[in-house]
Design a protein. Structure first.
Length: 332
């Protein structure tokens, strides 16, 4: 499971299950070999990237003329360098990381948004629950110090006195909350609360995105050069992603099973992966994606992101986001 996004440089053989989807994307010219490209993941292999695994297993990229390698991320494998260097056509990042990289001169554009809602939550126990930002006052929150700007932004967005919240530096673990050394944790909806649930411990989670914290996560980034010169490959890659994630949504248990099968040495637990897969769905799909297609975003969401990113110290403009590839994938 992924740790704090800000501290990391963060099927299935479909058959009778009724998950067959119509062909999306480009059919290759049989006279030409598939184009070799790479997709740089933002963290270690897990169901967090299951849509990509589904696309690869089912040959949807191959059918569109691509030979796609999935490059594992991790603490020593940041997303941005291989994309800048051209070793990866697309990387999976987040709007705050992309904004920081652009501020340093990186020529990135966000071309798709997998997580419509940022996965950051405040997790607590039911008997001492944090259900709204005002409940943070007087609480001890376990978190990485590097995430202090995130908590500050949440407090500022909701008129909460940041100085009334006691930060307790912790490792990325649920144990400080379980042992009541802290009152709550800053974490992802899809990891520590899932780990607690697997131990039979119920956690109350307050999704920060529901309280103004708008930072697009699990975003697809590409360089301006690729957008200009490799559009067909970008459309083909994103078409496979769209098909993969739609299939994932249709059967999250099968997506989790495929993930564990494909990466037997990753130490993945199937029941945990199944629960994580289920909890990702409301973060990744919405009425908006139902209307416009997976990966879409609204102009209003961009404005919300710009506002939150400013609180995090990054000033960006709407042209950081480029919908032209999704326009081609979803037919405008």
């Amino acid at each position: 499971m992924p740790p704090f996004p800000l501290t990391r440089r963060r099927m299935l053989q479909m058959g009778a299950a009724g998950l067959a989807l119509s062909q999306v994307g480009l059919r290759p010219d049989p006279a030409h070999a598939a184009e070799t490209v790479a997709l740089q993941l933002s963290w270690l292999h897990s169901v967090q990237f299951a849509g990509s695994y589904i696309a690869q297993r089912n040959g949807w990229w191959r059918d569109a003329g691509l030979d796609v390698s999935l490059l594992q991320g991790g603490p020593n494998a940041p997303v941005e360098p291989p994309v800048v260097a051209g070793n990866a056509l697309v990387g999976i990042s987040a709007a705050d990381y992309t904004a920081a990289a652009v501020a340093q001169g990186a020529p990135f554009k966000i071309i798709g948004v997998a997580m419509q809602k940022n996965p950051f939550v405040i997790a607590s126990l039911p008997e001492n629950a944090v259900r709204q930002p005002a409940d943070l006052a007087g609480k001890r929150i376990g978190m990485a110090i590097a995430n202090t700007p995130v908590l500050q932004a949440l407090c500022q967005l909701n008129d909460v006195d940041f100085n009334a919240v006691q930060i307790v530096p912790t490792q990325y673990s649920a144990q400080p909350l379980i042992s009541e050394d802290v009152d709550c944790l800053l974490c992802w909806e899809t990891d520590l609360p899932v780990a607690m649930a697997m131990q039979g411990i119920k956690a109350v989670t307050m999704l920060m995105a529901d309280h103004g914290y708008a930072v697009h996560s699990q975003t697809y980034i590409a360089t301006e050069e690729s957008l200009a010169d490799r559009r067909d490959a970008l459309v083909a890659l994103m078409s496979g992603e769209v098909r993969g994630w739609n299939a994932y949504r249709a059967d999250t248990d099968a997506a989790a099973a495929l993930t564990v099968e494909m990466f037997p040495d990753a130490g993945l637990d199937l029941p945990t992966q199944k629960l994580q897969a289920q909890r990702q769905v409301p973060l990744m799909f919405s009425a908006q994606t139902d209307q416009h297609g997976f990966g879409w975003w609204s102009d209003e969401a961009v404005e919300d992101n710009i506002r939150t990113l400013a609180l995090l110290g990054s000033k960006v403009t709407p042209d950081l986001w480029d919908r032209s590839i999704l326009d081609a994938v979803h037919g405008g």
